[in-house]
Design a protein around this ligand. Sequence first.
Ligand code: APR
Length: 261
Amino acid sequence: MRAGGSDPIREAARLLAERRNAVALTGAGISVESGIPSFRGAQGMWAKYDPMEYATLHAFMQHPRKVWEMLSEMVSVCGGAAPNAAHKGLAALEKLGVVRAVITQNVDGLHQAAGSRRVIEYHGNLDELICVYCWKRYLMRERWTPGAVPLCDCGEILKPNVVLFGESIPWLAQEQAEEEARTCGVLLVIGTSAQVSPACDIPGIAKDAGAAVVEINPEPTSLTASATDIHLRGSASDVIRHLLKELSPGDEASPSAPSGH
Ligand code: APR
């Protein structure tokens, strides 16, 4: 099913209103407008830090202080960020009963800060630190200071509770995410390059179960020509603002919407 209509925003809003059981899958792109760099692309984190040297579990076990050079930047940037209109718009769509859950690959906590209540943190979060030797857990805000490397009471260097390359997805998050994908009517895929498995397999699970896939991204991705039914080209905040105008009754007529296919 492709967006035959001349107005893909209207087409997507009609689907969301009719099915009223959408799930969002978000990636770093939704937080770009909060000042958090994405991972890929010229200004991305991985242009500055080679993920194979800074973002694998093996690298952390071998050179934890080096990995903390990248982690410190991530914790500082995320700690100073606020939810943008896209996060807030998704929370509003949840309040309207249109979106029922957010599966996020992001670890910045901005969906919860924006008011989303059902958030599945597929790659963990930066709120917690864990000792990979004695399994003790701590709150990031109580144990980490900028420029320092946080230590466990046992003396080992602590790791943020985020999923590094080579780590498995927390089993509950994976179960919940796949159940949401299998039972949703619309999957909104927002701000992800869809290059990292198993997160990038979620749209296929939803599609195979009969969901419509609506992609929000200024660029096409590997999903666009395969799983995506409607590609709403534009920034997450701009597109979600237009969707909200279509779905919130009594709003003034939506201005010219972003392009799409
Ligand atoms: N609105 C919507 N999408 C945007 C915006 C924006 N304002 N700005 C950029 N994008 C899109 C880009 O076009 C790109 O497709 O967001 C996507 C970001 O892709 P990545 O940087 O690859 O981020 P992501 O897909 O979340 O990465 C997945 O890879 O490195 C791992 O664990 C890391 O969770 C991350 C995973």
